[in-house]
Design a protein around this ligand. Structure first.
Ligand code: ADP
Length: 516
């Protein structure tokens, strides 16, 4: 049956036999079905988008948390944070657009088949027109991608800047650099605005051109159909109606593809960083249990090199910590003291040499398990925005009230118990509702709660006032002889408590390795 005959039969069947009421009812029902389908499509699209976002973020954060310490310290944090937040959301949005695009492509396919049944030459001419439009939009797609790169870079810079600003609020205020900092943020935001507006203008222009080009194409086709091919109105009218329906769908395909291309740089960079982190995944401690050392914790001829550095951070260093002794590690800045702390705590592995417990070198898995026996207190105390109790239980979830009180007392942090809300006191964002010294003593208590085999104090008092320094020194004095302690620092009351000394300079031991 030809297209003309089919349509003639359809039309003949319509108003007379169905009646106006029935036709209107069908119209309303069809609109209702279309609304339902659109609802289902947008919910499905959002579900797919969220699944992609959840999956990517879970994989990214796992990769980040499981990467080895050296990779993490070399990471550009602002950029990583931006990809983890904005990059992955953009990737989800891009995938959502792809879903919308695939359903639009299906509609286009169905419309093409319908057009073929009506008139083969007109349908083929429309396809040729669509191919020309697709070719003409090559530059739009390329520019969509470059706007996408601009946005990823802009968000990366903005996140870095904000991250840095939060960390430097005190410095910014004391240098009266508020205006300067606000201007820096505004400058990056202006670049983002340029990127966003440029992209929206590009896609808008492309849409407008599509509508315009579509109208022109339609005019040419109608002219050809009537004047040259002598197509009957009974075929032409449905063709025009079909074309009018198809044009917005073509617009959806065009904008969906542009949105995907615009999102792709974020997807690619997120995947690239995730790949780098996954390649640096460290061994899992798994079920490895490691016994507390009975005699020594030692570094045996360890060498550590950092990429891009001509000299090693540590070279062939031997340090022995006899169990239950207190050792101070001295040396100027850059001597390699923190690197020793990272090795002793099992945070990093040496490039050469080994960490040994009672003389036995640890495997990668044992080194990770060893971290469970180490308490590490660094210069900048880290607490979470929780109560004191929750901060302590963060380290030891099953800690009893009595053990928490005991740990606070051992760490000279009994002041917590005298606060109106005691252990329920909120410490504020990063612990900022407490003074630096108070925070540091709670951090020490949190470390002691784990009953560590090794306590590493990495310049814990260098930013504190003498009273707080003294409180921490008293706590260390009480622990002496019951715990292996490694103190890092160059001066102050703490360093005088050690019965043993190790001195480093330029990554090498200087002077006697241990002075008893
Ligand atoms: P200290 O604690 O004595 O100040 P560190 O152990 O922090 O010294 O650093 C020792 C050397 O290693 C320094 O020269 C330092 O610049 C370098 N270093 C430390 N960490 C890195 C890193 N992640 N990348 C490159 N070099 C590093």
């Amino acid at each position: 049956m030809g297209g003309d005959a089919l349509l003639a039969r359809l039309l003949a069947a319509s108003p007379v036999t169905l009646g106006l009421g029935m036709l209107l009812a069908i119209f309303v029902a069809l609109v209702g079905v279309r609304a339902l389908l659109q609802l289902a499509k947008s919910i499905a699209g959002t579900r797919v988008e969220r699944r992609v976002v959840e999956g990517l973020r879970a994989r990214f954060s796992a990769a980040l948390l499981q990467a080895d310490w050296r990779t993490l310290t070399s990471l550009r944090q602002g950029e990583a944070l931006s990809l983890l937040l904005n990059g992955i959301d953009t990737a989800g949005f891009g995938v959502h657009e792809l879903v919308g695009l695939s359903s639009a492509v299906m509609v286009l396919g169905a419309a093409f088949l319908a057009a073929l049944t009506l008139s083969t030459p007109v349908a083929l001419a429309a396809i040729a027109g669509a191919a020309v439009v697709a070719l003409a939009y090559g530059s739009v797609r390329r520019r969509s991608a470059s706007f996408g790169e601009l946005l990823v870079a802009g968000y990366g810079r903005l996140t870095s800047l904000l991250d840095e600003t939060f960390g430097a609020l005190r410095v910014i205020k004391s240098f009266s650099a508020e205006t300067q900092t606000a201007a820096q943020i505004a400058e990056v935001d202006a670049q983002l605005t340029h990127g966003r507006v440029g992209y929206v203008a590009l896609v808008g222009l492309a849409q407008g051109m599509l509508q315009f080009g579509g109208a022109a194409l339609l005019a040419v086709l109608v002219w050809l159909a009537v004047a040259r091919w002598h197509v009957q109105p009974v075929v032409l009218l449905p063709m025009v109606a079909l074309f009018a329906r198809v044009l917005p769908v073509l617009g959806t395909v065009q904008s969906g593809w542009s949105h995907w291309l615009n999102a792709r740089p974020a997807v690619e960079q997120s995947l690239q960083l995730m790949g780098r982190l996954e390649a640096a995944t460290e061994a899992s401690a798994g079920g490895v249990v490691i016994a507390r050392p009975q005699h020594t914790i030692s570094l045996d001829r360890v060498t550590v090199r950092h990429p891009g550095r001509s000299t090693p951070a540590l070279e062939a260093v031997d340090i022995v910590l006899p169990v239950n002794t207190t050792t101070v590690l001295l040396g100027p800045s850059g001597a390699g003291k923190s690197t020793v702390a990272d090795l002793m705590g099992g945070l990093i592995a040496a490039d050469e040499g080994a960490l040994r417990l009672d003389g036995t070198a640890l495997t990668s898995e044992q080194r990770i398990a060893w971290r469970g026996h180490v308490a590490y207190v660094q210069q900048e105390p880290v607490l979470f925005n929780l109560t004191v109790r929750e901060n302590l239980r963060w380290a030891v979830p099953r800690a009893t009230e009595a053990r928490m009180v005991e740990a606070l007392e051992r760490a000279s942090a009994q002041f917590v118990l005298d606060l109106p809300q005691g252990l329920n006191t909120s410490v504020g964002d990063s612990g900022r509702q407490l003074s630096g010294g108070e925070r540091q003593r709670i951090v020490l208590a949190r470390g002691l709660l784990r009953e560590p085999a090794l306590l590493i104090l990495d310049e814990p008092t260098s930013a504190l006032d003498p009273a707080n320094e003294l409180a921490i020194a008293e706590a260390v004095e009480r622990m002496r002889g019951t715990l292996t302690i490694l103190i890092i620092g160059h001066r102050g009351a703490l360093t005088r408590l050690a019965e043993r000394q190790v001195r480093l300079a330029g990554g090498r031991l200087v002077g006697p390795a241990q002075v008893g």
